[in-house]
Design a protein around this ligand. Structure first.
Ligand code: AGP
Length: 607
């Protein structure tokens, strides 16, 4: 996510802004910028690291006491100096920084272009500064009134900071669905995306609520709702240090990112369905593929993303009755795959930089396949190599073990499969119900996270175990694979995943008293069979954790977790969240380094 920081007070703004932005570097970013306000606005922007920005600025020439700073995590518009924030209006009298997504930016941009506004960037954020400028001219040159008018035109999520030469000692902050915190001390007033960036100045913090506008000046902070009604500003003492602030008060980035999943799924789905629940995916509409001549679809990735590939493959093959193959990228290149101009290859990669996956893209392109990237990083290598790219909007994933990236990959794969099925003139069973269930997934995951204490209790079974086995059928199989991977990569407990039906063909020889078996049964057509497989392990003394949404009497002899109701096609999302928690609490109980497990890298850029 983008990083925001701002200061106005008796001190110089520049030093505070730079240290605040550096505190926010952990959020991940691709460009940075600063605006200082005196008699005029001075704005610097740089692609890359904050050090690039510092090279552009001579602090001795920056006496200003008011300013805003931004680190950009690109969502609309590739990383570049032009797309970096702050964005200024045409006469450089207003400057804004933004974190979030303006959903209706195209509509606003068309309207503003029609009024003669000229845009310098490809971003959604730039529409905000020109909209404010337009409102300011029509609101008696009252900035607060202009903001109240502008904010009612914005749809989507935003944390906005605005500075202006019309009022050079103030910063205006506006908040809806993206975090924004304020601080105050004898030296002035502060704002930032999270408290980390404020601690150098103050520990008296106020977290803005949705629908609020704050006016920061040297000696006070005034708070209003979007309709101009005053709201009491209540500050509290912030007890955490900087590192725990980056983790949002959680013990690790992984735990924070597990809990960010409702928001990440909401952001990934944002703008994907119109008012009639029709899917919006222009990236695929513009692919220029002859769908009637399509013979097969490959889903290609590594690690966790490969597990998502299996999910996407299974879902699409059922609905579209076209040959679908899920393959690990590291094998794809060496198997002389059947890939040609009648093939669509979908590459899934959180980082967009995994060497094996990029190599697979090159092979697919050599063979004239259509290529689509599904990635979490805008402007990543894979997005520049493929014919089209669809993005998850999980925000930076800091922990090495993937959590929110995985569940948002599953969500985006549902959307992608729906779009491909539409192009192939196929229809998902109960499609309307599926879309409704998809849109309520954030709430489903919120309910799932309420079960974490149960998973913490069940993790005690694993802390002293050397081995664990995960079993599932159909869409429960990628969940079993992902659960096993999570457990082994952060707790170092050896874990294997099997098709439940395969257990009796050998692996059941491994089951002995106290062996832990995690059985996942959320797919109604095969749940009873998985239930039988589970009982075969119980008969040999296994300790079973049973994840299901089916009615069962298994609670008499197994530890049963029922996932919140959702369509079975989507059950792998809450099930994955439970298994993330199981792995997390096992690793925590073993005292492992959860965010940085031994031997692992966040992005494997070597083959
Ligand atoms: C997942 O927990 C691992 N960190 C790893 O398997 C990862 O999913 C894999 O390396 C692929 O990375 P990518 O999604 O960035 O391509």
């Amino acid at each position: 996510m983008c990083g925001i920081t701002g200061y106005t007070g008796s001190g110089k703004a520049l030093p505070f802004l730079l240290q605040g932005m550096k505190c926010l570097e952990y959020r991940g970013y691709d460009s940075a910028g600063i605006t200082l306000v005196g008699e005029a606005l001075t704005t610097w922007k740089a692609k890359g690291r904050i050090t690039e920005l510092e090279r552009m600025i001579d602090p001795a020439l920056c006496p200003e006491h008011t300013g805003i700073g931004h680190t950009r995590w690109a969502t609309h518009g590739v990383p570049s100096q032009l797309n970096a924030h702050p964005h200024n209006n045409m006469d450089d009298t207003i400057s804004i920084i933004h974190n979030g997504i303006i959903e209706n930016y195209m509509e606003l941009k068309r309207e503003l272009l029609g009024k003669g506004y000229v845009f310098a960037s490809e971003t959604d954020s730039e529409v905000v500064v020109h909209l404010i400028d337009d409102c300011w001219k029509n609101c008696g040159q009252d900035m607060l009134k202009a903001l109240q008018k502008a904010v009612h035109r914005l749809q989507g999520s935003f944390a906005l900071c605005v500075v202006t030469t019309y009022d050079p000692t103030r910063i205006y902050c506006l908040k809806k669905e993206s975090p924004l915190v304020l601080g105050h001390s004898a030296e002035g007033s502060y704002c930032a995306s999270d408290p980390t960036a404020l601690l150098a100045g103050t520990r008296e913090i106020l977290a803005m609520e949705d629908g609020q506008i704050a006016v920061l000046s040297k000696n006070r902070i005034d708070l209003y709702d979007f309709d101009g009604q005053e709201v009491p500003a209540v500050f509290v003492h912030y007890p955490y240090d900087a590192e725990s602030a980056q983790k949002g008060g959680y013990d690790s980035f992984m735990q924070k990112e597990i809990h960010e999943q409702p928001h990440a799924i909401r952001e990934t789905l944002r703008g994907r369905f119109d008012a009639d629940n029709r899917l919006i995916m222009e990236e695929i509409d513009s692919l220029g593929l002859n769908w009637s001549h399509l013979h097969r679809v490959y889903f290609i990735a590594c690690g966790t993303a490969y597990h998502a590939s299996i999910y996407g493959k299974t879902l699409l093959q059922r609905a579209a009755h076209i040959s679908c193959i899920a393959e690990t990228a590291s094998e794809f290149r060496y198997e002389d795959p059947i890939v040609d101009e009648h093939t669509l290859c979908i590459f899934i990669s959180q980082s967009g930089e995994t060497a094996d996956t990029l190599a697979a893209v090159r092979l697919a392109k050599e063979r004239h396949a259509a290529t689509v990237a599904l990635t979490n990083v805008l402007g990543s290598s894979i997005s520049r190599m493929c014919d089209a790219t669809v993005y998850t909007c999980a925000g930076p994933e800091i922990a090495v073990a993937s959590t929110k990236a995985y569940t948002t990959q599953l969500v985006m794969l549902v959307c992608l499969d729906l779009k491909i099925a539409e192009k192939l003139k196929a229809v998902f069973p109960e499609e309307e119900k599926l879309i409704r269930s998809l849109k309520s997934l954030p709430e489903t995951v919120e309910k799932t996270l309420e079960l974490e204490e149960t998973m913490k209790e069940y993790a005690q079974l694993l802390i002293h175990q050397h081995d664990a086995y995960f079993i599932g059928r159909q869409l429960d199989y990628p969940t079993a694979l992902e659960g096993a991977l999570k457990l082994k990569e952060i707790s170092y407990v050896h874990a294997d995943a099997y098709y439940a039906g395969e257990l009796k063909h050998g692996p059941i020889a491994l089951i002995e008293p106290e062996t832990v078996v995690v059985a996942i049964a959320t797919q109604k057509d095969v749940a009873a069979k998985t239930f039988s497989n589970m009982q075969e392990t119980l008969a040999r003394g296994a300790n079973v954790i049973f994840i299901t949404d089916q009615d069962t009497d298994a609670q008499d002899f197994a530890r049963v977790i029922r996932i919140p109701a959702c369509m079975e096609e989507l059950a792998p999302v809450p099930a994955a969240v439970l298994l993330q928690e199981l792995a997390y609490f096992t690793a925590e109980g073993k005292g492992c380094d959860i965010d940085k497990p031994r031997n692992l890298a966040k992005s494997v850029t070597v083959e």
